[in-house]
Design a protein. Structure first.
Length: 281
C-alpha cells in the first residue's frame, strides 16, 4: 500500500512540475519543450514500477520496468540479431523499394490522366486490405526468409506514398504552371523547379506515415512464418513461453527503432522544406 501511495504522489508531483514548466515564462524555449516530455516519460515509468511492485502484479500480466530492463540487458545479442533481421533486412529494404516504386509510378500517373483515374481507386482498395490477410499469401509466395517480409512492407508503403505524391504534384496552381510555360520550360524543368518542391511536404507526409507501417508490416509478417530470428518470431515464441519480459524487451526495441526512423525522416523533411509554413516557428 505504501508503494501505491508513493506512486500517486509521484504522479501528482510530475503533473505539477510539468504544469509549471508548460505554463511558465520559459515555456517556449527549446530546453523546456524537451524537458516536459522527458519528465512525463520518467514519471510514467516510475509510477509503472511502483504500482506493479505495490500491487504485486504477476509477471505474466505486466512485468515491471526493471524486469524488462534486466531481460533487455541479458539478451542484447539476440535482440540485435532480431533488429537486423526485422528492421534492416525486412522493413528498411521493403521501405526503400516500395517508396521508390511509388514515387516513379506517381510521375508516370502525373503524365497520364488515364492511369491516375484508374489506379488511385485501386490503390485505395488495396490499402484497405488487412495485413493479416495479405501477409500469409506473400509469405507463401516469397518464402519464410526476410524477402517475404520486405514484400509485405512494399505493399503496405506503396499506396500511401503514391497517393500523397500524386496529390503533391498537383498542388501547384494553374497560374504557376502557365508561368513556367511562358518561360518555355520543358516538363522536366517545370517538374524539378516548381512541382517537385511544392510536392515535398506531401511526399514526406507519406514517407513519415510509411515508417511506422513498414515496421508493423515486417513484424506482423513474421507471425506467419520466419526463420528462428526476428522481432515477430521472438514475440510469438516468448508469448507461448509466458516470457512477457522478453516480449516487452522486443517492444522496446521496435519502439526505439520506429521512433528513430520517424525522427530521421522528420529531420530530412525539415532540412528540405525549411521554406514551408509548417516548418516555421
Amino acid at each position: 500500500m505504501i508503494l501505491v501511495i508513493l506512486a500517486v504522489l509521484v504522479w501528482c508531483g510530475g503533473w505539477w512540475l510539468n504544469n509549471r514548466l508548460a505554463n511558465g515564462s520559459h515555456a517556449a524555449t527549446r530546453e523546456v519543450q524537451l524537458l516536459v516530455p522527458v519528465i512525463f516519460g520518467f514519471t510514467l515509468v516510475l509510477v509503472w514500477q511502483l504500482l506493479v511492485r505495490g500491487l504485486m502484479v504477476p509477471l505474466v500480466i505486466l512485468p515491471a520496468p526493471t524486469d524488462i530492463a534486466s531481460a533487455f540487458g541479458a539478451n542484447l545479442p539476440k535482440l540485435w540479431e532480431d533488429f537486423l533481421q526485422t528492421f534492416v533486412k525486412g522493413a528498411l529494404s521493403g521501405y526503400v523499394i516500395g517508396c521508390s516504386a511509388a514515387f516513379l509510378m506517381a510521375i508516370v500517373m502525373d503524365r497520364s490522366d488515364f492511369l491516375r483515374r484508374g489506379l488511385l481507386p485501386v490503390g485505395n482498395f488495396v490499402a484497405a486490405l488487412p495485413i493479416v490477410g495479405t501477409a500469409p499469401i506473400l509469405v507463401m509466395w516469397f518464402g519464410f526468409d526476410w524477402h517475404s517480409k520486405a514484400a509485405v512492407v512494399v505493399v503496405m508503403v506503396f499506396f500511401p506514398v503514391l497517393v500523397n505524391t500524386v496529390a503533391g504534384l498537383r498542388e501547384t496552381s494553374a497560374m504557376q504552371r502557365d508561368l513556367m510555360q511562358t518561360y518555355a520550360a520543358s516538363y522536366w524543368q517545370s517538374f524539378f523547379k516548381l512541382r517537385l518542391p511544392a510536392a515535398l511536404p506531401f511526399i514526406f507526409n507519406g514517407l513519415k506515415i510509411s515508417t511506422t507501417l513498414a515496421l508493423v508490416g515486417a513484424i506482423v509478417a513474421e507471425f506467419f512464418g520466419s526463420p528462428t530470428v526476428g522481432m515477430g518470431f521472438r514475440i510469438s515464441t516468448s508469448v507461448g513461453q509466458l516470457a512477457l519480459d522478453m516480449v516487452w524487451a522486443e517492444i522496446v526495441v521496435a519502439a526505439l527503432a520506429g521512433s528513430l526512423f520517424y525522427g530521421v525522416m522528420a529531420m530530412v523533411e525539415k532540412s528540405l522544406t525549411f521554406w514551408h509554413p509548417s516548418q516555421r516557428r
